[in-house]
Design a protein around this ligand. Structure first.
Ligand SMILES: *[C@@H]1O[C@H](CO)[C@@H](O)[C@H](O)[C@H]1NC(C)=O
Length: 268
């Protein structure tokens, strides 16, 4: 055993002790909204006197996710172009995994490992376990007639937008489909992963859902379309409120929506 071998053996031992003694051996829980980036935290005590960056692996129970060994990197099949541990961060001992455009199928437990040793005697040292939850988007919007409604698709995973009117609790209509290329007057315009609906009316009030290819809801947006109402009129309307199912969750808005639907019914 020459001197340099002894030094590297010592370094390896030191690494094992450092990593083994790391306080981060518990599971960390993190959550991300679907379509957005996620950072899965990880730190590794790594002595940077050596010239090369640590060799890091991230995996789930089923798949390899990401591996970086110096400039070489590997991305698992489901993570192509979406996973990274930036090298300059890794140099500073930050082995956090960056995931882009998070999918529902990314939810689960991830583990990071440090690979140490020379080719023949490689050893994997467990660093960190991270539980990732992926959640959908939920928004409530209150608008005035004539305004432009912007619906965020968030991600290229969005395949379809469906809509249900407030007065109707059974049927959903399809408002948009990816690549359908329809240019009807009331078909929404698509711009930067957003849909733009021109000039909302009372009948635009309801629930909008953005679905992925599996039919799972990436986002749900509830839209109320309200007109400025005089206080007196609100009082008279209160008597009708028993008719409105949605009254419980959003009293002032649903009253106004109710007013608008009456308005539409009587003046159509
Ligand atoms: C590692 O980098 C990520 C992303 O920049 C950051 O959020 C995190 O706080 C860093 N961790 C440490 C321990 O510095």
């Amino acid at each position: 055993m020459d001197r340099s071998n002894r030094v590297s053996a010592f370094l390896m031992l030191w690494l094992l002790i450092c990593v083994g003694a790391s306080p981060l051996t518990m599971v960390v829980h993190t959550s991300s909204k679907v379509g957005l980036p996620a950072v899965l935290p990880c730190t590794v005590a790594y002595q940077l006197e050596t010239a090369h960056t640590p060799h890091i692996q991230w995996q789930t129970i089923r798949d390899s996710v990401f591996e970086r060994m110096g400039e070489e990197l590997f991305q698992g099949e489901a993570y192509i172009d979406r996973a990274d541990v930036p090298e300059e961060m890794l140099m500073r001992g930050n082995c956090s995994l960056f995931l882009r455009d998070v999918r529902f199928s990314d939810a689960g437990t991830y583990e990071s490992y440090l690979v140490v040793g020379e080719s023949s005697i490689k050893k994997r040292v467990f660093i960190q376990s991270v539980q990732l939850a992926v959640i959908d988007h939920k928004t409530i919007k209150s608008m005035k007639p004539g305004e432009e409604l912007i619906l965020d698709l968030y991600t290229h995973q969005a395949e379809q937008v469906i809509f249900q009117n407030n007065d109707d609790d059974t049927s959903w209509s399809v408002l948009w489909e990816r690549g359908a290329g329809i240019s009807k007057k009331d078909y929404p315009k698509e711009r930067d992963d957003k849909l733009i609906f021109r000039s909302v009316t009372a009948s635009s009030a309801g629930t909008y859902k953005v679905l992925d290819s599996q039919g799972l809801a990436l986002s749900t947006m509830k839209v109320a379309v309200t007109e400025p109402v005089l206080v007196k009129e609100t009082n008279t309307l209160q008597r009708h409120s028993a008719l409105g199912k949605a009254t419980m969750s959003m009293p002032p808005l649903s009253l106004i929506t109710l007013f608008l639907s009456f308005h539409v019914m009587f003046f159509k």
